[in-house]
Design a protein around this ligand. Structure first.
Ligand code: OGA
Ligand code: MN
Length: 204
């Protein structure tokens, strides 16, 4: 893997031009497999909780996944490797685009068969902190017929379907792109992340 400081220059260019892009192999396969194994084990041990939307207290019919937030200072080795890699990307965005991204927040997500997430935008109504959305996929041997695409809605009414293949990272500007998760026929595992800026103080 190319690790020089311009490794991500094509990613930076794509994000500037199109507002979104796909990185096919973010991590060495062994690291992706370690994340997948951990996510699956936590799911089987019932350590993931039904996801909520925004500040809602309860699970919602809008999304059918269960999640586990990574906790700063208490990350497993695979979680730390992933977080370090995303930080390299975040720092490249700050250097090249002056985005002022101060941190990432990440969670595992498992969508059981038939579950999805209806069309939405990742900017929360009460906060502009999320600038870049990043979704990293953990699913070996995924076939298009398994479903589970992330449908990204583009300007002008078209869309792109991105399938959740192991090792693939999807990036897009959080404020700009509506998207949805289509149901799959098998468990669908991902890490959803948001690169955050310092939130502006609310105006009353
Ligand atoms: C989300 C989301 C997409 C995915 O968690 O907000 O859109 O492909 N996830 O898991
Ligand atoms: Mn989303």
């Amino acid at each position: 893997m190319n690790t020089d400081s311009h490794e991500f220059s094509s990613v930076v260019n794509a994000l500037t031009t199109d507002g979104w892009c796909v990185v096919p192999d973010l991590l060495p396969a062994a690291q992706t497999q370690a994340l997948a194994a951990e996510c699956r084990a936590m799911h089987e041990a019932r350590q993931l909780a039904p996801a909520r939307v925004g500040s809602a207290r309860t699970a919602t019919p809008l999304r059918g996944d269960s999640t586990h937030w990574f906790q700063a200072g208490a990350m497993s080795t695979p979680q730390q490797a992933f977080t370090d890699r995303l930080d390299t990307l975040r720092i490249a965005f700050n250097r090249e685009l002056m985005l002022g991204l101060i941190e990432c927040e990440s969670h595992y997500a498992v969508y059981p068969p038939g579950a999805g997430y209806t069309r939405h935008i990742d900017r929360l109504r009460d906060s502009d902190a999320r600038v870049v959305s990043a979704v990293f996929y953990l699913n070996e041997d995924w076939q298009d017929t398994d479903g589970g695409a992330l449908r990204l809605y583009l300007d002008g009414g078209s869309h792109r379907d991105i399938y959740p293949h192991a090792g693939k990272l999807l990036l897009f500007l959080s404020a700009q792109f509506e998207h949805e998760v289509l149901p799959a026929t098998r468990d669908r595992m991902s890490i959803a992340c948001w690169m955050r800026q310092r939130a502006l103080a609310p105006t009353f």
